[in-house]
Every structure is written in structure tokens, then in C-alpha cells.
Design a protein around this ligand. Structure first.
Ligand code: FAD
Ligand code: SF4
Ligand code: SF4
Ligand code: SF4
Length: 383
């Protein structure tokens, strides 16, 4: 019987799912089993749309369709927490299985704190996450740095510190550090992210620590809740998923990689925040001067809720229709989210004027945390 804290290698029993899966298809097989057995009424996962740069959130109620969502899309920068909220709102008693990155998990926790999401109705299959790459920048990076037509690429992955592409005619890998030094690579918020193993999900799955003959063919599963343990036990008993023991060496390697990633995240925080510190408010005023008040940053933020409508109308200092808006428009938003920004990057990613909003809100949140942490304790995750 699995218990919280246990670790396993896991892979799909079905040969097709095993092949289609990123690391042996355990997540896909677990989602399929959860749906078939009635543990959940639907599954929300990501599938490839028009191409590798087009990650599409997909709601599935037919277990036969789950295999479409197998595989990892590293240019899939979307956040699922508000999609989950919409589904639960519209389906009052339904239970949902969701594949989540760390930021999806944090977004759901923040919504649950605001009574907007019922976590008891969710089964969260977490993926470890070293970071994701903005689809537009990925295309530019592949064209300019890899000198490959992005439309010829049929697979991408991030492995052993490299961004690797497979394309018609070969494969190439370039060190992420080198790419990031030149402004390519992972999104800026992902570089600063410290939530690499989503332990607030029910299971946390990833390729770190999968060694020997299982490398590439199994995922490393950490059991994070009783719900996760029950799902794994039941899926194994039903023959949907196979598991194996994790060698001690593998556990050690996974711990070291996670530690190295946290170190890298802290390095990026220092670099980004120090560059901002000398003129935070001046930089904010300058950058937000380009704002066209499209409200995308508000609508896509998982924690800008329920204040969103308030910022859209008239108030004492904000005039509806004024472009660029009075700085108070942004300052009120920053004040509102300053204790709960999860650094998911959605505001920045989806801002049509490329304003580095996540950097600002993350810097403000981190500054606030460092001032109050000792008195109030840490958030239940490390964002
Ligand atoms: P599969 O059975 O192939 O299932 C994969 C699941 O992930 C599917 O449900 C699919 O819909 C979902 N998915 C695909 N793309 C996304 C996305 N962009 N956002 C949310 N869900 C998505 N593991 C590590 O150990 N270290 C890492 O640095 C690391 N980085 C990752 C970065 C990203 C963006 C993603 C999506 C995954 C990352 N993983 C990482 C996890 C790893 O790639 C595998 O997903 C995991 O090992 C499970 O393998 P599997 O064969 O069981 O998954
Ligand atoms: Fe992954 Fe963190 Fe970036 Fe989310 S914010 S995509 S969890 S690195
Ligand atoms: Fe302004 Fe950008 Fe926000 Fe749109 S997304 S309101 S342009 S800051
Ligand atoms: Fe995410 Fe931006 Fe909202 Fe912070 S302010 S939670 S980075 S969308």
C-alpha cells in the first residue's frame, strides 16, 4: 500500500500509452483509470494543437480520448486554475482530474483560499517543472540560435540543462544557461520559480531521478496525499499502471537536481530583483506608460479576484476609458495582489505591450514576504 512520502517508478501498462507518454505514460494511464473507475467525472489536461507551440487545455469525459493528451509541451505556458474554477462552477457536483504544474497548483490553492474552488472535488496529478518557454520566443530562438525552421521541429525537450529539439534531418541541444544569457530560454518568472516539485498536488511526477534502464520509460512518482496513494494503489491493482522500486542512488540524484534548481531560482531572483531595486517605482511608471488598458493582466491573473470588476470601472482615481491609465490603476492592482502573487507569469505573458508585470508583482510579493515571514509563517508552498 502506498503512503504519503513514498516514491516509486511508474509507467503505463498499455503499450500505446507507454509509447505516447513523455516518460512512460503513467500520468496518462492514471488519468484514464480515474475516469474509467468513476473516481472523477472528467479530466482536464493539455494536448498539442496546430503544432508544438500550441498547447490546448482539453476537457475529456471519454477514457478512450485520454491518450491524445500524453506528452509534455514545454511551450505550454498556460495556467489551468481559472479553467478549473469555470468547470466546477458550471458542474456543481462533478469531480475533476487535472494535470498541474506547480503554478497551476498554487493558483488553485489561492482560489480555494477565496472559497472559489473546492479542492475536495479535484484530483491533482502534478508534474515537476523546470520551466516553460514562451511559444513566440521559442520560435525565434529555434530560428536564430538553432538555425532550424521552427515548423520542421517535431519534438522538443528540456533535459540535463539543455533545450533539445528534434527536427527533420537531425537533433540539436543548446545549454539553457547560454540561451538565457542571451535573452532566450525559459520565461523570466520560470527562472525565478522555486516550486519545482508540486507537493501540494496528490502525486508529483517527473523525470528527475529516473536512472538506468528505466530512464525515459518511467516517471518518478512521489505520493503527496491519501487521495494520490489511493489512486496509485487502485490503478496498480487494476493493472492500468506498473510500478517499481526507486534505487537509493536515484533518490539522491533527484534531491540534488531539485536543490540545484532551487539554487538557480534564487540566483535569478537576486539578479532580477537587485536590478529593479534602485528604481522600482520609476521603472514601474515608465513601463506601465505603454499600457493600453486591455485588462488581460487582470482577467488572466488567478489571484486578481474578485477585485477585477472594480478596476474596470470608474473610481476616485481611475477613469474608465483613459489610456494610458492613471498609475493608480496598476498600483491598486499591485496592492491587491501583493500578498498572494504566485509568480505564474500570466499577466506578463499575455500583456500585448510586453510590460514585465510578473517581475513587478513578484518583487513586491517577495519583499513583503521577507518583511512579514517571521511573524506570519510561510505560505503553504514556496512560490
Ligand atoms: P504523460 O503520461 O506523457 O502525461 C503528461 C501530462 O502532462 C499530460 O496529462 C499532459 O496533458 C500534461 N501536460 C503537457 N504539457 C503540459 C503543460 N505545459 N502544462 C501542464 N500540463 C501539461 N520533470 C522533471 O523531473 N523535471 C523537469 O524539469 C520537468 N519539467 C517539465 C516542464 C513542463 C512544462 C512539463 C509539462 C513537464 C515537466 N516535467 C519535468 C515532467 C515530465 O516531463 C513528465 O511530464 C513526467 O515525468 C510524467 O511523465 P509521464 O510519461 O507519466 O507523462
Ligand atoms: Fe513551471 Fe514554475 Fe514556470 Fe509554472 S512558474 S511553468 S511551475 S517553472
Ligand atoms: Fe495594460 Fe498590459 Fe494589463 Fe493590458 S495586459 S491592461 S496593456 S498592463
Ligand atoms: Fe500571476 Fe501576474 Fe497574477 Fe502574479 S500578478 S499571480 S504573476 S498573473
Amino acid at each position: 500500500m502506498a503512503a504519503i512520502g513514498d516514491t516509486f517508478y511508474a509507467w503505463a501498462a498499455d503499450a500505446d500509452v507507454l509509447k505516447k507518454g513523455e516518460c512512460g505514460g503513467a500520468i496518462t494511464a492514471l488519468q484514464q483509470y480515474a475516469l474509467k473507475s468513476g473516481m472523477v467525472d472528467a479530466v482536464l489536461a493539455i494536448r498539442k494543437g496546430a503544432d508544438l507551440y500550441d498547447a490546448v487545455p482539453t476537457l475529456i469525459t471519454d477514457p478512450a480520448e485520454i491518450a491524445q493528451t500524453a506528452g509534455s509541451l514545454h511551450c505550454g505556458t498556460l495556467l489551468l486554475s481559472k479553467v478549473v474554477k469555470d468547470y466546477l462552477d458550471a458542474n456543481k457536483t462533478a469531480r475533476l482530474g487535472v494535470t498541474v504544474k506547480g503554478c497551476d497548483t498554487m493558483g488553485l490553492i489561492e482560489l480555494a483560499r477565496r472559497d472559489a474552488v473546492d479542492m475536495d472535488r479535484l484530483l491533482l496529478l502534478g508534474v515537476n517543472c523546470g520551466g516553460s518557454v514562451s511559444p513566440i520566443l521559442a520560435r525565434k530562438m529555434i530560428r536564430e540560435k538553432f538555425e532550424v525552421d521552427p515548423d520542421q521541429v517535431h519534438k522538443e525537450e528540456i533535459d540535463k540543462g539543455q533545450f533539445i529539439i528534434e527536427y527533420e534531418g537531425g537533433h540539436k541541444g543548446i545549454k539553457i544557461d547560454d540561451l538565457e544569457d542571451e535573452g532566450y530560454g525559459r520565461r523570466s518568472n520560470c527562472r525565478r520559480c522555486l516550486y519545482k516539485v508540486p507537493r501540494q498536488a496528490d502525486l508529483a511526477c517527473g523525470n528527475w531521478g529516473v536512472i538506468g534502464e528505466k530512464a525515459g520509460n518511467a516517471t518518478f512518482v512521489e505520493v503527496c496525499s491519501e487521495k494520490g496513494a489511493n489512486l496509485l494503489d487502485a490503478a496498480v491493482a487494476a493493472g492500468a499502471v506498473k510500478t517499481g522500486a526507486v534505487p537509493a542512488k536515484a533518490l539522491e540524484i533527484r534531491g540534488k537536481v531539485e536543490g540545484a534548481m532551487l539554487g538557480l531560482g534564487n540566483k535569478w531572483r537576486k539578479k532580477n530583483f537587485e536590478a529593479l531595486a534602485s528604481d522600482l517605482w520609476g521603472t514601474i511608471a515608465r513601463e506601465t506608460g505603454r499600457c493600453i488598458k486591455c485588462y488581460s493582466c487582470i482577467e488572466n491573473c488567478p489571484v486578481c479576484f474578485p477585485v477585477a470588476e472594480e478596476l474596470k470601472g470608474n473610481s476616485r482615481m481611475i477613469t474608465s476609458g483613459e489610456v494610458p491609465p492613471n498609475p493608480m490603476f496598476h498600483l491598486r492592482r499591485f496592492a491587491h495582489i501583493s500578498d498572494s502573487c504566485i509568480n505564474c507569469g500570466q499577466c506578463e505573458e499575455l500583456c500585448p505591450m510586453d510590460i514585465p508585470l510578473a517581475l513587478f508583482s513578484h518583487a513586491i510579493r517577495t519583499e513583503g514576504d521577507s518583511a512579514f515571514e517571521s511573524k506570519l509563517g510561510k505560505a503553504p508552498y514556496t512560490n
